[in-house]
Design a protein around this ligand. Structure first.
Ligand code: FEO
Length: 166
């Protein structure tokens, strides 16, 4: 059985993952509206990943005999500016999520909750990857600057996300 302190923290993390998902979907909608279909595709897949993270924690709470309680989600902005600004926000968001996961892990240690520690190790590795990916795209966007042709080439590259393994 899961302790109430850990259950509450996991429920808060479920909300944080859904919030992330919602922000990425809003970013995707913004990119669709400015004809950056590749960026929109990449962000939509990121939305799906965040939904999967939320549901992974949702299932974990249930498996442990805890109670999932869903919370109201934050309203995301409608516009996000240029791709460079979007990816600054993506990286910032991932760094924020990393901080939350680390705090949650520290709580699981404090509460001697070993199963939660094992579950969170997957998330810790995932965050390393997510920060790296967002950081790499951000660096590329800094190099591209306002050069339209290069931006469209990046848009084409990002449109291929999810096709790599097929
Ligand atoms: Fe679920 Fe990208 O953090």
């Amino acid at each position: 059985m899961i302790k109430k302190t850990v259950e509450k923290a996991l429920n808060d993390q479920i909300k944080a993952e859904f919030d992330s998902a919602y922000v990425y979907l809003a970013m995707s909608a913004h990119c669709e509206s400015v004809n950056l279909g590749g960026f929109a595709t990449w962000l939509r897949l990121q939305y799906e990943e965040e939904m999967a993270h939320a549901l992974r924690l949702y299932d974990f709470v249930n498996i442990r005999g805890g109670r999932v309680t869903l919370q109201a989600l934050a309203k995301p902005p409608a516009t996000f500016g240029k791709p460079l600004n979007i990816f600054k926000e993506v990286l910032k968001n991932e760094q924020k999520v990393t901080g939350l996961i680390n705090k949650l892990y520290a709580l699981a240690i404090k509460e001697n909750d070993y199963p939660t520690q094992v579950e969170l190790q997957w998330f810790i590795s995932e965050q390393v990857e997510e920060e790296k990916t967002a950081g790499d795209i951000l660096e590329q966007l800094k190099m591209v600057g306002d050069h339209g042709a290069s931006l469209h080439r990046m848009d084409r590259i990002l449109s291929k996300r999810g096709l790599e393994q097929q």
